[in-house]
Ligand binder design. Structure first.
Ligand code: MG
Ligand code: MG
Length: 262
């Protein structure tokens, strides 16, 4: 990625927050509907219409030719899965990744949903992948480096012997969905570029129950684990802060819906 690193003004960060919060609201709509029997193609339509109804654009649609509004990656699919008409089943997990483009600024966030009762090891994979995201976010403060984020994510995930995907990384977010810098989910403390105010990053651990190795399917999009074991993915768009990162996207509405369902 030879992309430019573009620092954002406070006003721009507010625009990115707006887009990012709409992603969270859209994911909460999906949370309401997700259950055994529904297809990811149905969820795609709901997300598409919900975003459009807010006067925003589901930015993944047509992005490098991507055919849908959400990425839906089921079980051993890691990311970039294409929505299908297959019914989700009890015990499945599905990472839903959404990008919103609104007033010229992107928001990018992803959440992995469990369908009904999950195997204990899969439930734990989801929990700890989300925890690894917050470990990474803790490091996104002025004075730290990109490697500190990756180190924090990796150490947390590997303490459970999970595989940390190397081929796909987080990224800067702004007027473009993918800007510099790359934000790997692995790394060494104190390495990489220094974090400064005005940096807006998508941090997105992709964590596998088994091997870290992945491959791309012939559909040209879906990335799946090499050993067929499940993979989880959580993503927030954040702004680097002086003492604390500011999380611009939100899981609050998603989790309110999920806890009301249980
Ligand atoms: Mg995303
Ligand atoms: Mg992203």
């Amino acid at each position: 990625m030879s992309k430019k690193l573009i620092l954002k003004t406070a006003e721009e960060i507010e625009e990115i927050r707006k887009s990012s919060l709409l992603v969270g609201k859209t994911l909460a709509e999906i949370a309401k509907l997700i259950r055994p029997g529904i297809s990811t193609l149905e969820l795609d339509k709901v997300a598409h219409d919900f975003i459009k109804d807010h006067g925003a654009f589901p930015g993944f649609l047509g992005y490098h030719g991507f055919p849908n509004s959400i990425c839906a990656s089921v079980n051993h699919a890691v990311v970039h899965g294409l929505p299908t008409s297959n019914a989700l089943k009890e015990g499945d997990i599905v990472s839903v990744d959404i990008g919103v483009l609104w007033n010229g600024y992107w928001g990018d966030s992803a959440y992995t949903f469990g369908i009904g009762e999950l195997k204990e090891e899969v439930e734990k994979l989801l929990e700890e992948t989300k925890a690894s995201l917050y470990k990474g976010i803790e490091q996104a403060v002025v004075g730290r480096r990109i490697g500190d984020i990756g180190f924090a994510v990796q150490s947390h995930a590997e303490s459970f012997n999970y595989g940390v995907v190397r081929e796909l990384v987080g990224h800067g977010v702004g007027k473009n969905l993918h800007e510099a810098p790359e934000v790997p989910n692995y790394g060494r403390r104190g390495q990489g570029i220094a974090l400064t105010e005005g940096m807006v990053l998508a941090i997105e651990p992709m964590i596998n129950l088994g091997t870290k190795n992945v491959r791309q399917l012939k559909d040209g999009w879906t990335i799946e684990t090499h050993d067929g074991k499940p993979s989880a993915h959580f993503e927030h768009t954040i702004a680097v802060g002086k003492n604390k990162a500011e999380v611009l996207s939100s899981f609050k509405e998603i989790e309110a819906v999920l806890s009301a369902k249980n």
